[in-house]
Ligand binder design. Structure first.
Ligand code: ADP
Ligand code: MG
Length: 289
């Protein structure tokens, strides 16, 4: 990973105020202008995120969102090196991890799945977390297999850098390139390609990404069959988005969990107006035999 960014002194102080001093810092990720630490103290554990360079602006936006979301708390500030925030650490595996037994094809995943498997319960939980966010008027904008954390009291979402509230009617950023490229809905990709900016993700584009997250967690592969569209692994995001925008890339043909994928497939193939809500998708998954 190379050299990890230093944790700003102000952020460390805020973490100590929340957790008790001293805290033990664990480096989690440092990429594209933001670093995350887990800070553990005697009374609590928090996540510290530090956005530097271009990451400063997105981290500041994210702190503003966390401050407005029910069920989240945040303390944030500006340091000479950038923008930081401190928020409670969410304890539990990511959606990607919850599905690991399914991808291994072992007995707990494998072919004998039913409603009680942790993966299916996790899929339903993730849909409900997105449904709650949408019900409160928010769009996430960057749903990914690692942006759902499955805590003892349900899934919680993280990484709200590209989230916006529909009541504001204006995008809180000058330019948006669509979160993780592989999970950008075709109509959103087309808007990014054709403009005008600022592009805003929508409830339906979140639903495409949500179905894509679950598909990816099941198969271990991105939803679209890029080989069929002659898109190599080295294709950059702009070129990849341009082909996604055509809506003509077929879905990957691997079907390790047909019953679940039969629910996700029509969602990934539907136009934005024909996609279910997150609550509907969750209910359908919950009723799978
Ligand atoms: N509040 C949190 N609770 C638990 N883990 C977190 C939290 N915030 C971030 N993480 C961990 O840090 C990783 C990176 O966080 P994220 O906000 O996605 O940063 P990035 O901007 O680098 O994508 C996540 O995948 C997760 O493992
Ligand atoms: Mg992230």
């Amino acid at each position: 990973m190379g050299e990890f960014a230093p944790c700003p002194a102000e952020a460390l102080k805020a973490a100590e105020a929340a957790c008790g001093s001293p805290v033990e810092l664990t480096e989690i990720t440092d990429r594209r202008g933001s670093a995350v630490w887990k800070a553990t103290g005697a009374v609590a554990t928090v996540a510290i995120k530090h956005g530097y360079g271009e990451g400063g602006e997105t981290t500041a936006r994210e702190a503003t969102v966390l401050d407005q979301l029910a069920g989240y708390t945040v303390v944030s500030g500006q340091a000479t090196e950038g923008v930081w925030y401190v928020t409670p650490w969410l304890d539990g595996p990511s959606t990607w991890k919850v599905f690991a037994p399914v991808r291994k094809g072992g007995e707990s995943g494998g072919r004998q799945r039913n409603c009680d498997t942790p993966a299916l319960a996790g899929a339903v939980e993730l849909c409900r977390a997105v449904a709650d966010l949408h019900a409160a008027g928010w769009v996430h904008g960057d749903l990914q297999p690692s942006h759902g954390v499955h805590t003892g009291s349900g899934a919680k979402l993280i990484d709200f850098a590209w989230s916006w509230h529909k009541a504001t009617q204006t995008a809180p950023w000058p330019k948006f390139y669509g979160g993780i490229t592989h999970l950008v809905a075709p109509e959103l990709a087309a808007w990014i390609v054709d403009g005008p900016q600022p592009v805003t993700p929508s409830g339906p584009s979140d639903i495409y990404a949500l179905a894509g997250v679950l598909w990816t967690c099941v198969t271990g592969r991105w939803p679209l069959d890029y080989r069929a569209a002659d898109i190599g692994p080295d294709t950059g995001p702009a070129d990849r988005r341009a082909v996604i925008a055509t809506g003509e890339i077929p879905l990957d043909s691997a079907t390790p969990w047909p019953a679940l994928q039969d629910v996700l497939r029509p969602v990934l193939l539907a136009g934005p107006d024909d996609r279910p809500t997150a609550a509907e998708l969750g209910d359908t998954l919950a009723s799978l035999p």
